[in-house]
Design a binder for this molecule. Structure first.
Ligand SMILES: Cc1cc2nc3c(=O)[nH]c(=O)nc-3n(C[C@H](O)[C@H](O)[C@H](O)COP(=O)(O)OP(=O)(O)OC[C@H]3O[C@@H](n4cnc5c(N)ncnc54)[C@H](O)[C@@H]3O)c2cc1C
Length: 288
């Protein structure tokens, strides 16, 4: 049976990797949410081959069409996790995609919310990975900040071990249906400040009330590559995934490329990274 490659992200890095892999004869699935950074780029005029500036979203569409023509299966869905059982498996809102290689190409990382005390308490009660840190909060009250599917996914990782889990949506409506879990609740109030000298003790809410918690898990918006990488124990430096010159992470079969590994945040570099990741992944798959 042929070996499957699964790529997260359909920007220049993900699509470039997909093109190399599919042309080497491997079935490739690309899972993507939207046009990523290109969707925000008004016009690109420093990338090879375009006489006139091209709109970012048009370049994105061209990439998708090129990959599809070559036989890449492009699936629009939101990735919420990465697990490691028999195989590395991408978890989305609506399914699971096991891969013999996984390539993360989800672009530059999200920015943590600007809440007083959050940065200072990172690693001392503030976490970015439920599956990594749930263990430290057994039988404790914890909170998750976020209002999307990713926040719910993180909360569900915690409900089994923590005493109580509260999802704070920061004044937004939850973008998920709330499951009937006894120790899970939703609070729409905004968190204004994190209290605690050496570790997190409580959240100060917009109405001045104090909400005692031992842990706060940040899961705002959509999960990024470094969030996924952390979940399987790959080395991460801040928001950047650590890779070697072949775009291989510290986990066998897991690659990362493009803006999510840092360096020059440009289309040309993302395309090159995608090609490098795929070239090594091809060798890896041929040796399995
Ligand atoms: C305003 C702006 C202007 C720019 N102008 C230029 C320019 O002129 N020249 C230039 O070279 N570069 C420019 N850039 C930078 C360039 O767009 C990026 O360097 C490049 O797009 C990075 O490619 P990437 O594939 O790493 O990530 P991205 O293009 O960001 O693609 C990320 C992909 O991952 C997907 N994704 C992320 N999270 C998830 C998830 N949880 N589930 C599913 N899918 C997910 C996204 O939907 C997207 O498909 C600009 C960027 C911006 C924001």
């Amino acid at each position: 049976m042929s070996k499957q490659a699964v790529i997260v992200g359909a920007g220049p890095a993900g699509i470039s990797a997909a093109i190399y892999l599919v042309r080497a004869g491997f079935p490739v699935q690309v899972i993507y949410r939207d046009a990523g950074a290109l969707g925000k780029a008004e016009a690109i005029e420093n990338y090879y081959g375009f006489e006139e500036p091209i709109k970012g979203d048009a370049l994105f569409e061209r990439g998708l069409m090129q990959a599809r023509r070559l036989g890449v299966e492009c699936i629009q869905d939101e990735v919420v996790g990465l697990s490691w059982g028999d195989k590395l498996t991408i978890l989305t809102k609506s399914g699971q995609y096991p891969g013999d290689v996984i390539i993360l190409a989800t672009g530059a990382a999200r920015i943590a919310p600007k809440i007083e005390g959050l940065k200072r308490l990172e690693g001392y009660g503030v976490s970015y990975c439920a599956v990594c840190d749930a263990f430290f909060y057994r039988q404790k009250d914890v909170a998750v900040i976020g209002n999307g599917e990713y926040a719910l996914h993180e909360a569900m990782e915690l409900v089994g071990t923590s005493k109580s889990v509260t999802i704070f949506t920061q004044g937004r409506e939850p973008e998920f249906s709330v499951p009937d879990v006894p120790n899970l609740s939703i609070d729409k109030r905004k968190i204004n400040r994190l209290n605690g000298e050496n570790s997190l003790e409580s959240l100060e809410l917009e109405d001045g009330s104090i909400f005692p918690v031992s842990g706060l898990f940040v899961a705002i918006g959509v999960a990024g590559s470094s969030d996924f990488a952390r979940k399987v124990g790959a080395e991460v430096e801040g928001a950047r995934i650590v890779v070697n010159e072949d775009c291989a992470t510290t986990i066998d079969g897991l690659y990362a490329c493009g803006d999510c590994v840092g360096g020059m945040l440009q289309v040309a570099k993302a395309v090159y990274d995608g090609a490098r990741a795929a070239s090594h992944a091809i060798k890896y798959l041929r040796n399995l």
